[in-house]
Design a protein around this ligand. Structure first.
Ligand code: NAD
Length: 296
């Protein structure tokens, strides 16, 4: 069993660290929030005084932080200067591709193996150990990281070289945001055209218009399988996080000189929804704004 440093024990990291403890690993945890540390302690983690103390002597270092600036600072100040030469560094946060590549280069320059390993799946998947990890890094880095990630996920997939995990994550979520917005406006139109929405679901979910946003995560309450739409759009994947991922995708598209008009439209819609107070609602709640826009 490994000694693992875990930095960032928030909504996602708290459950992930608990699953590493359950798998028999020794976990040294650090977070700036005393509440997060208290929860980690009750889940069997050892609490470190600071990030550097957690990192020293660890076989693996896992980070689950809010954004690129936090990841860049924690790796430059605490992880890279204190990690053992044979440790594997694993950043599971969702951050911009450019920062992921820059931090991995800094680690490599210091002789350290690092991968980016962002996740698909929300808080329930983090608690339940059913995340999907998309991993960017060398073959050797991937093999070392996979052993650590396995108890936290249902799938650990090697996406390619450094930054490829982040690239896969934001491409997937750009597609998800765009298909959800398209699914929402389609149901709004179907209703205005007098279609029964369950009947339209039965047709379209078996026809060429189907997508995961329609078939598995339908934004209309009472239609299709149970989803956050049936709980007034509570739980699930917050619209603020969808907006974060869409803006990361727009930044990456700009850097890569890639034309992404549907992604841009989805980013604009989610920005307006968040500005109107929808940040905490599941991302399928975009249907409410689309309906309101039409009525306005
Ligand atoms: P969160 O805000 O709940 O947790 C982040 C934690 O990092 C906080 O506890 C914060 O105190 C800690 N932190 C910040 N700076 C720190 C530092 N310098 N040192 C130590 N700790 C520090 O966020 P979350 O919902 O757990 O998300 C974490 C990452 O996972 C984000 O990048 C997010 O985009 C991604 N993600 C979230 C979800 C989700 O459903 N919440 C799903 C997929 C991916």
């Amino acid at each position: 069993m490994a000694r693992i440093a875990f930095i960032g024990l928030g909504n996602m990291g708290g459950g992930m660290a608990a699953n590493l403890v359950k798998a028999g690993h020794e976990v040294a945890a650090f977070d700036l929030s005393p509440d997060a540390l208290e929860r980690a302690k009750s889940n069997g983690c050892e609490i470190a005084d600071d990030a550097a103390s957690a990192v020293k002597g660890a076989d693996a270092i896992v980070t689950m932080l809010p954004a690129g600036k936090h990841v860049a600072a924690v790796y430059a100040e605490s992880v890279i200067p204190n990690a053992s030469k044979d440790a594997i560094l694993i950043d599971c946060s969702t951050i911009d591709v450019a920062t992921a590549r820059e931090v991995e280069k800094q680690a490599a320059d210091a002789g350290l193996a690092m991968v980016d390993a962002p996740v698909s799946g929300g808080i329930a998947a983090a608690d339940g150990g059913t995340l999907t990890f998309m991993v960017g890094g060398t073959d050797d880095g991937f093999e070392k990281a996979k052993v650590i990630l396995d108890p936290m996920g249902k799938a650990v997939i090697h996406a390619g070289d450094a930054g490829a995990g982040q690239a896969a994550k934001i491409c997937n979520n750009m597609l998800l945001g765009a298909t959800m917005a398209a699914t929402a406006e389609t149901f709004a139109l179907a209703e205005k055209l007098g279609l029964d929405l369950q009947t339209f679901y039965d047709i379209s979910s078996q026809a060429s218009g189907q997508s995961w946003s329609m078939t598995s995560y339908c934004p209309v309450p009472g239609v299709g399988p149970e989803t956050p739409a049936d709980r007034d759009y509570d739980g699930g994947f917050a619209s603020a996080l969808m907006l974060k991922d869409l803006l990361l995708a727009m930044q990456a598209a700009k850097n890569a000189d890639s034309y992404t008009p549907m992604g841009a439209e989805a980013a604009d819609l989610y920005q307006r929804f968040v500005d109107r107070g929808g940040a905490g609602k599941d991302f399928s709640a975009i249907i409410k704004m689309i309906d309101d826009s039409w009525k306005a």
